[in-house]
Design a protein. Structure first.
Length: 339
């Protein structure tokens, strides 16, 4: 079966393409390479032995997207990763985020309706929960007002999918990721942050390798055991595997509802200091860091209730935090060798 992976040369997309290929799916990627590189296709081929089909275009282009679907109406399911994802940038350029993230989804859903394509997995985010009052956050936790235009695009996209699936012959699985980190064991694919990383782990590994002077730990006066903020970090390969299961669930008509929602996390929260300790333990590399003021917009703590995903998808994240921080370091070293 042919699976369309939008954003398939990106960080989570590339790992998912490999897992799909490992399970025998044929993959076609659409990506405009706005935040990824064409070389990723060769890296995927080195890992899986097969180069995915690839078309470069912008999914906000309605005419081009419609033409694509007309020519590829044999697609069995879509995994829609393509989006802009930098929270800070979305505050600065909200329209860029609304245009890209909403228009792409609308064009894809239209293409599905016009060509009888029935299954879509959507990349959502734990950001839709904001700071939950009750932890862990379950799929039924309240959706709070978004903290950023980026977060709002995820909420609106979920609503667009829900509304569209009411009457169209489309099924969807919305996957709410917690904090994906780490890279493929091969050292061939991983996250390629452009500019100064905003996320913890790429900033941390860039500090360890000497690209940054020190890691700024944003606040140690939170009401948490060590005062630093807590998140549910999940290895990107564990995350990728859940997408394959979601696709299989839809194509086998095993879902219980037209639109299903699953949290993808480990169910464990770790503080920023615990991540640093894990990194030092798993790599033997000492990290230079300084405690700073809190970062605006940060929540204190969040981790996932993964019961529903464990039970219904038969999926469970397997990698430990030490495996995650070590694999992120291996990827940073691999990147340094490429230059
Ligand atoms: P990424 O930037 O590495 O990958 C996204 C890919 O989509 C890139 O290759 C980019 O070139 C492509 N793209 C963007 N807009 C496009 C367009 N209009 N047309 C065609 N291609 C386009 O990001 P990622 O970390 O792999 O994230 C994938 C998805 O998961 C995104 O939807 C993101 O919002 C979501 N998500 C990510 C995280 C995270 O922390 N990485 C957490 C929760 C949810
Ligand atoms: C993690 C922790 C920081 C950088 C963001 C998005 C969210 C989702 C995942 C897409 C926090 C601390 C960070 C640094 C630090 N993405 N930190 N120094 O903020 O949980 O979530 O990415 O959907 O929507 O908001 O991730 O990696 O930025 O931060 O101390 O240099 O690390 O304060 O506690 P976050 P993050």
């Amino acid at each position: 079966m042919k699976i369309l992976v939008t954003g398939g040369t990106g960080y989570i997309g590339s790992h998912t393409v490999v897992e799909l290929q490992n399970k025998g799916f044929e993959v076609i990627i659409v990506d405009n390479l706005s935040n990824s590189s064409i070389e990723v296709l060769d890296s995927i081929a080195k890992i899986s032995g097969r180069k995915p089909l690839f078309e470069k275009f912008d999914l906000t282009d309605a005419v081009r997207t419609s033409e694509f679907f007309r020519l590829h109406n044999d697609i069995g399911a879509i995994i829609h990763f393509a989006a802009f994802k930098a929270v800070g940038e979305s505050v600065e350029f909200p329209l860029m985020y609304y245009r890209n993230n909403l228009t792409s989804l609308i064009n894809i859903l239209q293409g599905m309706i016009d060509n009888g394509i029935g299954n879509i997995v959507f990349s959502s985010s734990c950001t839709v929960y904001g700071q939950p009052e009750v932890l862990p956050a379950s799929e039924n936790s309240p959706i709070l007002k978004a903290e950023s235009p980026y977060g709002n695009t995820k909420q609106i996209c979920e609503e667009i999918i829900n509304d569209t699936c009411v009457n169209a012959s489309i099924r969807s699985i919305l996957l709410r990721y917690f904090n994906p980190i780490g890279a493929h064991d091969s050292g061939l694919i991983g996250e390629l942050p452009t500019g100064i990383p905003g996320n913890l782990v790429p900033y941390l590994t860039q500090t360890a390798i000497g690209k940054r002077d020190f890691l700024r730990v944003w606040g140690n006066d939170y009401v948490t055991p060590d005062g630093t903020a807590i998140r549910d970090y999940i290895h990107v390969v564990d995350l990728a595997k859940a997408h394959v299961i979601a696709v299989e669930r839809m194509v086998n008509r095993a879902g219980k509802k037209k639109v299903e929602v699953f949290n993808l996390g480990t169910g464990n929260g770790f503080s920023v200091l615990e991540v640093i300790q894990s990194f030092e333990r798993s790599t033997g590399v000492k990290l230079n860091y300084k405690i700073m003021e809190r970062r605006a917009g940060d929540i204190v703590k969040v981790w996932a209730d993964t019961t529903w995903a464990n039970q219904e998808l038969g999926w469970k994240a397997e990698k430990t935090l030490d495996e995650m921080t070590r694999s992120a370091w291996m990827w940073e070293l691999a990147l340094a060798q490429k230059k």
